[in-house]
Design a protein around this ligand. Structure first.
Ligand code: FES
Length: 106
């Protein structure tokens, strides 16, 4: 599946993801700026925060409990589409998933 990362300046980076890999790991592997993944995907650092575009929100689903807490505590600008990208798994259904990378992380 393809994942499209959009920087604060509007630059888009489309990346081929592996099925089953997280959106965070895919970004780190491909050098997408602003997605750091400091905790290695344990939902404890919030350096992988992204805003999922509206049209993909229902496919991605709601954040889990730990993720929800960390979004409250660790994210400067939490929006409806805020998710920790380490908690989103790339699947064929999510092909074309588009996420915005918050400017403070870039
Ligand atoms: Fe640390 Fe996602 S990589 S919370």
């Amino acid at each position: 599946p393809k994942v499209i990362y959009v920087s604060a300046s509007g630059a888009e980076q489309a990346v081929d993801a592996l099925d089953g890999e997280s959106v965070m790991a895919t970004a780190v592997k491909n050098g997408v700026p602003g997605i750091i993944g400091e905790c290695g995907g344990n939902a404890s650092c919030a350096t992988c925060h992204v805003w999922v575009r509206d049209e993909f929100l229902s496919l991605v689903g709601e954040p889990g409990e730990m993720e929800d807490d960390l979004l409250d505590l660790g994210v400067g600008d939490r929006r409806a589409g805020s998710r920790l990208s380490c908690q989103i798994t790339c699947t064929p259904e999510l092909d074309g998933l588009t996420v915005d990378v918050p400017p403070e992380q870039a």
